[in-house]
Design a protein around this ligand. Sequence first.
Ligand code: ADP
Ligand code: MG
Length: 239
Amino acid sequence: MAEAFAVDVQGLKKSFGGLRALDGVDLRIRPGEIYGLLGPNGAGKTTLIRAIVGLVAPDAGTVMLLGRRMPDVDNLRNVGYMTQAAALYPGLSIAENVEFFAAINGADKGVDEVLKLVQLDQRRSSVVATISGGMRQRCSLACALVHKPKLLLLDEPTVGVDPQLRVQFWEEFRKMAAAGTTIVVSSHVMDEAERCQRLGLIQFGRMLAEGTPNEVRARAGTDNLEEAFLRLAGDGVVA
Ligand SMILES: Nc1ncnc2c1ncn2[C@@H]1O[C@H](COP(=O)(O)OP(=O)(O)O)[C@@H](O)[C@H]1O
Ligand SMILES: [Mg+2]
């Protein structure tokens, strides 16, 4: 039986010293959904994503991924995670990095296909230490995609990616979601938010509002998503 939720997070809390990075987050995402995690710097987006994959041990709360309670190392094969700061081996070539991620996830092919997808097939032998930030970003995406994960977590994936390629990335995300892949993408770019099926607005480690872009706008009483976020964030400020 297919699980009802690809991601099911309940009551997640995490503090670093006295700082509450996650302050009781609930999050449920259905299979095949593109879910956008929006919020300013320091809101807790990266901590939430890291807690979802088990890289941050929560102080309280539970995470179920694809029907399995986390942490669960075997379940990580079903997950692709693109970190905010590219986690690549600088001394290896582009292709070697992607091959490495394929191998640790038990995938023996797909490298050529995914390199074409991110338009790095012509640069496959370039050593990562020598390539541009945008190329590094594309290489990271290739590493996250190569084993065809059921759940893709993308932490600000299009930072440093030129607008044309950004459109292509999103076209690809849309196709993958249509084929059943669940995608969680963090962003603070509003035109990307518009492309998500559902949004979660996060601030001070709390979910301020959730819904489709239209629902979020309606709730804030504005037809502008950026304005909606500012209004909802204003309401969420605790004195
Ligand atoms: N490993 C850590 N140690 C200490 N503080 C951290 C750590 N990771 C995140 N934080 C703090 O937690 C808060 C949320 O950070 P983060 O999840 O990175 O936010 P975002 O991704 O939304 O910018 C920030 O105040 C950040 O400085
Ligand atoms: Mg972050």
